[in-house]
Design a protein around this ligand. Structure first.
Ligand code: GLU
Length: 308
């Protein structure tokens, strides 16, 4: 079925269908380096687990993947610490903004899930506790998992995050006060800001996360990234918590597990089939790519390929 679809033609058609009303949303500007991105960029890339690639538009231009990278830090933390991770962070949707402080206060510094900022900061704390050179080792893990040796942090974006990351500093300090950050707050945030600064193309994101569609194995390099059992868990958390306060809507409209970032990227996986990535920088009110969701909705609906 998958091989019968001419995805490139289909992507072109969907992009052509987006009309003026779809030119909606706003590029994230609370991180100055993100505000400089051309709002009209549009890239789509789908990679099947057999290694077939279908591309459209700006799919070979690197963009800031932001919170998409939180899936990689979680993968590494699970490899290192296993189920102990769940003593420090939950697996429930938060129902609040990704950078909210309120819930964290009344839930005693235990973040709802590893994809809201507080949860990802706890995951970074776990990595700082367990790695000798956290930034280097995390990057090496990402290079190995993706099979791409030229993935890197962007110091420009990391610096920009640091300069304006007051809310993330507040989250980290609040959790430190509750005893859920074990290391020095600055070194944990340094890793967190670098994690968010990684840049990739749509194609690179699609190939990186193919392991989540292939039972934990990167089918391109044939290396095991994580076990099947943990792949299931990561996909479940993505389904329920991968889209800020809009995960229900994403499941309803698109019907695939995935993760978005405020750089305007979204990846979604269809287990045993493919990973698809869309990049369009204008975000809706909750921080997801406006066009990205529309495109993914059209793809899964019109090719009957949601998991539901
Ligand atoms: N670096 C961003 C922040 O900490 C990540 C936001 C996101 O993509 O969800 O606010």
């Amino acid at each position: 079925m998958l091989n019968e679809i001419d995805y490139e033609k289909f992507f072109c058609e969907i992009a052509g269908r987006l009309n003026e009303a779809d030119d909606y949303g706003k590029v994230a500007d609370y991180i100055p380096a993100l505000a400089e991105v051309d709002p009209d960029k549009l890239g789509i890339h789908l990679t099947t687990i057999e290694g077939k690639n279908y591309a459209f538009g700006d799919s070979n231009e690197r963009f800031s993947i932001q919170s998409i990278a939180k899936v990689l830090s979680l993968t590494l933390a699970l490899k290192i610490l296993g189920d102990e991770v769940w003593q420090r962070v939950g697996v429930e949707p938060s129902g609040t903004a990704f950078n909210s402080l309120v819930q964290l206060e009344y839930e005693n510094g235990i973040p709802r899930n590893p994809f809201i900022n507080a949860g990802a900061i706890v995951i970074c704390d776990i990595l700082v506790s367990n790695l000798e050179q956290p930034k280097l080792e995390l990057l090496n893990f990402i290079k190995k998992a993706s099979g791409m040796s030229n993935i890197d942090y962007s110091s420009e974006i990391a610096d920009s995050e640091k300069e304006t990351g007051f809310r993330n500093m507040a989250l980290a300090n609040l959790m430190k006060d509750f005893g859920n950050i074990h290391n020095d707050v600055d070194s944990v945030l340094d890793l967190y800001f670098h994690l968010c600064s990684i840049k990739m193309t749509c194609k690179e994101v699609a190939q990186t996360f193919l392991y989540l569609a292939a039972g934990g194995i990167n089918p391109i390099t044939n290396t095991t990234v994580i076990s099947l059992k943990r792949t299931k868990r990561i996909n479940a958390i993505m389904q329920m918590c991968g889209f800020y306060d809009e995960a229900g809507e994403f499941a309803f409209r698109v019907g695939l597990p995935g993760k978005s970032g405020v750089g305007g990227g979204i990846f979604a996986i269809h287990p045993e089939k493919y990973c698809i990535v869309v990049w369009s920088p204008k975000l809706n009110e909750v921080g997801n790519s406006y066009k990205g969701i529309k495109i993914l909705e059209a793809v899964t609906t019109e090719t009957n390929s949601s998991i539901f």
